[in-house]
Design a protein around this ligand. Structure first.
Ligand SMILES: Nc1nc2c(c(=O)[nH]1)N[C@H]1C(S)=C(S)[C@@H](COP(=O)(O)O)O[C@H]1N2
Ligand SMILES: [Mo]
Length: 330
């Protein structure tokens, strides 16, 4: 079947997954899906009408800057590679709750209200409860961490995050010996997350880490980038950053952190278990079933570069996986 792409997307940037989702979205918007064997309900049709309606205001360009986060600790884990420009990091995003194209999250960012915000700490720990974000953040000095980010779709970036180690938060809530994993959940609210008005994924978005991954010093809870409050499209007000794993592990706009005995079912594994697993460690030698992972393209670059094992963080994290089959770590 011939699929017409919007011409602002370069061929090289379009993966099968993107084409598939864009096609689904296009068909939904057009309300002409019967040929594909997908029933269009009145509800979906009215959502399509919303998508085209005039109260979806255009966001001004360039992306407005956020409030400064003040003095930050410099991290020894930061890369000195050139940083991806602010405008690229904030306008080329994956955040399906705010739409499936790369520019949708920026255009729909104003729907999300990151203040006030609370985070539920749940499951196998001594201090469960629902906490205001201010109380979650209070004890943690903020640091800058300049990390490589590698999306499973083969684009990459270098992002100067602001945040604090997830390990420091975990310690405070005293997980029990039964806590083997940590599960994270994104806000579910179709008013703030217009993409959730479409059944693109099983909402809410869920991710998970094994406890030793969660407390690894590289694992970050981010509240900002470029020294400023995190823009909504990048996962405000608080998101995970796991730099040695494909980007989909780095879940945005977190409302729940749960300590569990069993391995959580993460959203992309739930969506396509044949293509995405739980570990999702960056690995040039394990291809996606539909494309190679040997190379990646840094945003702003013309040429591709080799993908690095564990996204260049093998020294810090390879020991977590000794004896495990790399194919099972994809
Ligand atoms: N809740 C939620 N978190 C998410 C996603 C998403 O769609 N929803 N996309 C993921 C993917 S695929 C990537 S590559 C990164 C992108 O983060 P960025 O847009 O800040 O670069 O966010 C991840 N976190
Ligand atoms: Mo991604």
């Amino acid at each position: 079947m011939l699929i017409k792409k919007p011409d602002y997307i370069r061929e090289s940037e379009v993966t099968d997954r993107e084409v598939y989702l864009q096609r689904r979205e296009f068909l939904r918007k057009a309300g002409a899906v019967t040929a594909a064997g997908v029933a269009v309900t009145a509800g979906v049709a009215s959502q399509a009408a919303w998508w085209f309606s005039s109260d979806k205001t255009e966001s001004p360009s360039p992306v407005p800057r956020g409030e400064s986060l003040g003095t930050l600790i410099k991290s020894p884990y930061s890369t000195d590679e050139p940083q991806t420009p602010y405008d690229d990091i904030t306008s080329y995003c994956n955040f399906y709750e705010l739409g499936t194209s790369k520019s949708d999250p920026k255009d729909n960012a104003h729907f999300l209200k990151p203040k006030p915000w609370s985070v539920a700490i749940e499951g196998e720990c001594a201090r469960p409860g629902v906490y205001d974000l201010e109380d979650i953040l209070k004890p943690h000095p903020l640091e800058e961490r300049i990390y490589r980010l590698r999306c499973v779709e083969t684009w990459s970036a270098v992002v100067p995050w602001v945040g604090f180690p997830l390990a420091d938060l975990i310690k405070r809530f005293e997980p029990s010996s039964r806590a083997k994993y940590v599960e994270f959940v994104t806000l579910k609210d179709p008013k703030q997350m217009p993409g959730q008005r479409f059944p693109v994924l099983n909402w809410p978005y869920v991710e998970g880490l094994r406890m030793d991954e969660a407390v690894n010093p590289l694992t970050l809870l981010a509240v900002g980038l470029y020294g400023e409050v995190l823009p909504n499209q990048n996962g405000a007000p608080i998101r995970l950053v796991v730099p040695w794993k494909y980007g989909f592990k780095s879940i945005k706009s977190i409302v729940s952190i749960r300590f569990t005995e069993k391995q959580p079912l993460n959203t992309w594994q739930d969506q396509a278990a044949r293509e995405y697993g739980f570990y999702a460690n960056v690995n040039p030698d394990v291809d996606h079933p539909r494309w190679s992972q040997a190379k990646e393209r840094r945003l702003g670059d013309l040429l591709k570069r080799p993908t690095l094992p564990f996204n260049g963080y093998a020294e810090q994290v390879a020991h977590l996986y000794t004896g495990m089959d790399p194919k099972k770590l994809y």
